[in-house]
Ligand binder design. Structure first.
Ligand code: NDP
Length: 480
């Protein structure tokens, strides 16, 4: 049995209440660990450690901060196999995905922000004709909170922590209680890298108790949150009256728009990935696929053939394309949407059932599923499923597909397949989303702004945007 502990002030601690949560392995449905169910008292302990560490950390030179972050990155790379196995076991994702995407990206997050902080600069404005000079300082906020979800556990956890500490803040971070393991292992890496005690405090527990205690703490001045829209609404409601800075990266229901003039083979290959990578549990997956009518039947046949060939299997099997869903509760949610589709008379053209894997019969496996829908108003096109389920439907004109793409409460990302420059410009200018990929998907450059509009959140992370979020802006005007 793995016993996960809180990491506070450089020490591994049991929760003060001695209250624990079972940790399940999605591949076989068995309990394999215990996670602290931390209370307000643990958050207070973490806050006191962070507060004490802040004066020194915020004055640590950028070279020193950068060196420590890059050292964390190197240690993650050196322990790639160990971390990838832990992530795959805890989340259910195929091991090759954890090894090629999740853990390398967690390492890149530390390396990128470790380097970027040495390039972050203040601005000055000479106020010509008035003998005055303005300069703008960007100072660390103090103690900040970072809360992340279960789908890309270490990847998203570090996406917040790295810029926060690089900018000179001290952090209280909570991973999802469903996938706590790699966040727990990160504590040891931070010690080895020489991160001073109290700079990063990792506290485990349930969202509505531990997470809630972070957002309610009056002296935690900023909250960076990635998770569901409903949770984001609650966080905004609690944090706004305390004037906390908020960055909310929330849900999505992203359109994947395919025009007949695209590079067909490339589109087909990528669309399989953008639909089902990580069991479809990526906020950026293109779960509503709109296909130009002239290629609709061809696409449907070719796509379904490829989807049927995907191998659902144990995450540790190198041939597995689709691993286990993250939890029993989530499997039930995904299944319920297939029932909704059936009740609404939509056509399930492949998948739609749970899968029983030899020797792992209690694991949370589900077939990659394609559903043909008659319109964009149906629940399957309006609600986030966050699993291996996509819908397909044809369209005739740019205006028609644009209207459908935007007719949803979310606005996180979109994918567009076309070789027409004119159409690319028209569509990208008018699609309501924070991130748009044209003729590709999930091609990331960490310098770019990342985030959504509408119910997909507020604020941007990535590059210097993250440093702007994790600092307070102060302008000084000197008359000479
Ligand atoms: P949740 O909103 O349920 O949880 C996210 C995190 O918030 C977890 O650590 C959770 O803890 C915690 N939490 C829950 N309630 C509270 C609360 N009252 N106060 C503070 N923290 C709380 O999301 P999921 O974990 O289910 O993640 C899936 C969602 O995340 C999807 O909607 C997906 O679209 C979105 N997402 C968005 C991304 C983006 O960049 N926009 C990227 C990835 C995912 P616990 O797990 O213990 O409940």
């Amino acid at each position: 049995m793995l016993t996960i502990k809180n990491f506070i002030n450089g020490e591994f601690e049991n929760p003060i209440s001695n209250d624990w949560i079972d940790n399940y392995c999605p591949a076989n449905g068995e309990i394999y660990g215990q996670t602290p169910n931390s209370s307000k008292a643990d958050i207070e302990q973490a806050y006191q450690a962070a507060k004490k560490a802040f004066p020194n950390w915020s004055q640590t030179t950028l070279e020193e901060r950068s060196k420590i972050l890059i050292r964390i990155s190197e240690l993650l790379e050196a322990n790639l196999q160990y971390f990838a196995e832990a992530e795959s076991k805890d989340n259910g994702k195929p091991i090759h995905l954890a090894k090629s995407v999740d853990i390398p990206r967690a390492a890149s997050n530390f390396r990128f922000f470790g380097n970027a902080i040495t390039q972050f600069s203040s601005e000055s404005h000479e106020t010509v004709g008035k003998d005055a000079l303005n300069f703008t300082l960007r100072q660390p906020i103090g103690v900040v909170g970072c809360i992340s979800p279960w789908n890309l556990p270490l990847y998203l956890f570090t996406w917040k922590i790295a810029p926060a500490i690089a900018a000179g803040n001290c952090v209280i971070a909570k991973p999802s209680e469903i996938t706590p393991v790699t966040a727990f292992l990160l504590g040891d890496i931070c010690l080895q890298a020489g991160l001073p005690n109290g700079v990063l405090n990792i506290v485990h527990g349930l969202g509505n108790s531990t997470g809630q205690a972070i957002i309610e703490h009056p002296d935690i001045k900023a909250i960076s949150f990635t998770g569901g829209t409903k949770t984001g609404v609650n966080i905004a409601r609690v944090a706004a009256p305390m004037f906390k800075k908020l960055s909310l990266e929330l849900g999505g229901k992203n359109p994947n728009i395919i025009f007949a003039d695209c590079d067909y083979d490339d589109m087909l290959e990528t669309t399989v990935r953008s639909s089902f990578a990580n069991q479809g549990q990526i906020c950026l997956c293109g779960s509503r696929i709109f296909i130009e009518a002239s290629i609709y039947d061809t696409f449907k046949n070719d796509f379904v053939k490829k989807v049927k060939a995907l191998k659902v299997g144990h995450p540790s099997n190198s041939k597995t394309d689709i691993g286990a869903l993250v939890s029993k509760g989530h499997l039930e949610k995904v299944k319920s949407y297939v029932n909704i589709a059936e009740n609404e008379g939509e056509r399930i053209i492949c998948g739609g059932k749970t899968v029983s894997i030899e020797d792992y019969k209690n694991g949370y496996y589900f077939e990659p599923t394609v559903i043909e829908v008659p319109n964009n108003e149906c629940r399957l096109n309006q609600e986030e499923i966050f699993g291996p389920v996509v819908t397909i439907m044809p369209f005739n004109t740019e205006e028609e597909v644009l209207q459908m793409a935007n007719d949803v409460k979310y606005g996180l990302s979109a994918t567009l397949w076309t070789n027409s420059l004119k159409r690319t410009m028209h569509m990208t200018t008018n699609i309501q989303a924070g991130i748009i990929w044209v003729n590709t998907w999930m091609l990331r450059d960490l310098r770019t702004p990342f985030g959504g509009i509408k119910a997909s959140g507020i604020g941007r992370e990535g590059g210097f945007e993250a440093f702007r979020f994790f600092t307070e802006t102060k302008n000084v005007c000197i008359k000479y």
